[in-house]
Design a protein around this ligand. Sequence first.
Ligand code: TYM
Length: 336
Amino acid sequence: MDEKALVKKTIFSGIQPSGDLTLGSYLGAIKNWVELCDGYNCYYCIVDMHAITVRQNPAELRRRTIAQLAQYIACGLDPQKNTIFVQSHVPAHAELAWVLNCYTMFGELSRMTQFKDKSAKNSDNINAGLFTYPALMAADILLYQTDLVPVGEDQKQHVEICRDIATRFNGIYGDVFKMPEPYIPKVGARIMSLTSPESKMSKSDKDPGGCIYIMQQPDEIMRCFKRAVTDSDTCVHCDPKSKPGVSNLMQVYSVATGENFEDIEKEFCGKGYGEFKTKVGEAVVELLRPIREEAERLIADKSYLEGIYKQGAEKAAYTANKTLRKVYKKVGFIER
Ligand code: TYM
């Protein structure tokens, strides 16, 4: 590791390849990864082990894992400057997760919103992995002595439980883990569904019109935005409580163009929702176009991507194993 990397702070974040990447995960997470990556030593992971907490089609999971890697790079994450890897390629994640499971309380896990939501959606498969998911996520973060975890708002609770687990472990054994902070963007932290703006835009959304995917074609994106739910008013104004649909579109437009809410209100004052929705759709099409085109090019180059994830896993394992060795020693395991 070079000297600069040693003094730089560390970022860790990840996305599950449980569905194709969405506009929500791009605006809530990846866009910030790209903006932050120059000043930090960064680890960006494709968390396939988290994905199997919900039943996956194996061939689809493999396809999405590779496609997600291509999309990370196409979004602007330089694989030479950032460590990009697949979670299951670094066994230390599973190993530390087991240890942390023994320092995580049943009551804490029972309070997790994501567990409650996912067990309601998958009532025929409420497995132990879904329940202990936060201990694996804590392992992801703590293995790299992470300072900052850039995520959308829905993951804040998981970063908080990670801090609780780290505090408990450090309280018993001394300063083993660095205390991570969540990094949640001011705008874009919670992009809502276009068809039911009271719920989060999600890759597992049953309504295909509610969710925009990074790899979607421009005409499909435009169709979704033109059909986006607004309200019976005619005024482009931000008020998430009374105008959730319009406020969500304003949020998307603001992050896509860099304009603030005031300017957006002025720009569309006196104009109908039809024009507004078209403009938001066009801004998203232009935002995603270069990413999609570059990702399509990269997906065709299997051997390049293979080289990247192998090199990423090697780099990640080097750092992860250092922390794991320390943890094993602390809890009383004899050296291998
Ligand atoms: P996941 O895969 O559900 O989502 C990936 C990232 O995208 C953000 N996100 C959103 N942000 C704004 N609006 C939305 N509609 C939206 N949908 C998704 C999420 O907040 C997240 O940042 N448990 C994590 C994955 C994970 C992880 C980690 C993250 C595993 N280990 C360690 C950080 C650090 C998850 O399920 O994210």
